[in-house]
Each structure stands twice: as structure tokens, then as C-alpha cells.
Design a binder for this molecule. Sequence first.
Ligand code: ACM
Length: 367
Amino acid sequence: MAITDQPRYGYRGGGLDVSRHFFTVPAVERYIDLLAQYKFDYLRLHLSDDQGWRIAVPGLPALTGIGASTQVGGGAGGFYTDAEYRQLVAYAAARFITVVPEVDLPGHSNAALTAYPGLACPGDAKAQPYTGTDVGFSRVCTGKESTYTFVDQVVGALAAMTPGPYIGIGGDEAKTLSAADYTHFMARAAALVRQHGKQPLAWDDAASVGKGSPTLLGVWHPASQQPPGLDAQIGTAVKDGSKLVMEPADRAYLDQKYDATTQLGLQWAGFVSVQKSYSWDPDTYLGISLPAGAVAGVEAPMWSETLRSTDDLSTMLLPRLPALAEVGWTPAAERYWDEFQQRLADQAQYWQAQGLPFTRTTDVPWK
Ligand code: ACM
């Protein structure tokens, strides 16, 4: 027998938020194991947010000395040393997975601001350690040259410890910045990533940058919650050379509840059933027609506001992670929900053998 098979998209990512709750190196390795089982090839590690900074940066000791000491709900937090981060990169690489480090700027930056208050604009309130789950309130000062010195140092450190081609700079939900200040910041941050020999990845909010926009844009807004004009901006960014990683929250965010019975997770994007995470086409999700090749791939982000342990992660990843894997691998015309349900049900025996908890959703014929 001969099997001919190849992935539809080159970028098939998992995302892991280690900022809202910190996950240790062994916990991240268990997540990488799961990504490898389903042939994902990228891991985007969300290393900073309002609630914690999780990566050591030479010359900026307070980022971890102060910025890493918080997490949602008030636990101890934590961070990766250079050696620990490199261990994760090597563990992933041994399983054909490339790590994409992501720091979130210019919003989602409260932890950095607690560490280095000089990142704020004169007159902005002094940042306090934050352990809640609100979004959109923080900002670094986009008009100060010292802010770009900071970004340069952080990006330089990430570039030095990351063999992969991409560095994430965030760019989502900077709700307290003017459009002009936001665009100015994102264009300069993207340019700094390129100066360090890497390609910038940012959230689709950054489609507004125009020329010099990020190489990869993570499309996260659900179609029903798009800011006005976003589709058109994405279309322009694609014309200017950006590629899209499709991860719309109502299909791909694996932290969203399955249904009303789900204990963990959030539901701001609505319930994401297994069928919903499986039955969509990344090429046609947006309300604009895209040129061939505009979609680089698919990502399945796991945000951790409500998730504290590897069992929590597993309960939300399984059974939807394989659904997203197949969306990234198999042409839409060859995917059938009725048939996938049966194959997915068969996977449960492997999860059980590995001691991985999963959610017995009502839309799959579990045995
Ligand atoms: C996001 O969910 N704010 C990227």
C-alpha cells in the first residue's frame, strides 16, 4: 500500500498562555507532547501579559524579579531562565515543533510596567501588580525613545535564544492608545524584530500598520465581534505581503467553554463545541476573498485565565485539539464531520492510556 499525504498549511500551531497562570517546564513539555501527537509544528508561547512576565531578559532583571511574581488569583507566578527556555525549544525541536516566543505590547503590559515604571507616559497612573482578568487597560508609552530601547533589548534577547524564524510582539487590545500612536508603535516594533533577523508575528489588530506590517497576523476576532474596517485592513495587509494565521476565537480558542456544562474556561466568544472547532474553512472564514496562499495556517490558542494545571489544560484541549489539527492538515473538501466523530471517539483510548483527562462532549459518540 502507498500512502500519499501532506499538510494543507505549513503553519499548524498551538498557543499557550503561561502569563495568566504560569506553567512549569515539565507542564509545557506535556503540552508539546500532545501537539506532536497531532502533527502541529509551531508552539506560540505567550510569555507576557498584564498578570506576569515569564522570560528572563539579560540587563532587565526586574522583569522577572518583580514582573514574574504575580498571576491570576494571586499565586506565586514564575518565569523561565534562559536555560529553561532553551530546554523547551530543544524539547519541541526534537518533536519537529518550532517555538514562537511572544511578548505582548504595547497593551497587555502591566507586569512590565510594574517592573519598569519608566515605560509609562508621564501622568499615567503608576502600575500596580494585577491578578484579575480584565483586558485592555495597560499601555507602554509609545512616544518615548526609551520604550523602543526596551523593545530592542527584549526582542534582541528573544532572537538570541530562539532558533525559529518568528517573534511575536502582541499588538492586541491596546484600548487606551490612539490609532496613530498604536500604529507608530507596532511599525517600529515590527522593524526591530526584522533588525534582529526574525519575522514579526502580531494579532490582527496590527493589520492597520500598513506598509511594513507584521509578516504573520494572527486572526483572532470572531466574525461577529470584528472592529469596523478590520476585514479591509487585513485585505490590505495581505496585499502588502502579510500572511494570516487563522485562529478565530469562535472556532479555535480552546479556552472557550464547550457548552453550558463546562466547568473551566471563558465564553466571551460563545460556546465552542467540537463540531464548531472542526467545521470551518480557514481560507473562507473572513468576509473578504483572499489570494491563494494568503493563509499560512491555523493556530489553537490556549489562554489560561481559568486554567491552573496540566489536567485543566488537557480537559480543554481534548477533544478539540485534534479537530484543529485536522483543519490545518486536511483540505476542506475531504473533511466530513460525521466520519471525524467516529475517528475522534477512537482517540479516547489513547488519552486514557496516557492518563490525559478529556471532556466527554455530547457531540461525539464516545464508547
Ligand atoms: C486576544 O485574544 N486578545 C488575542
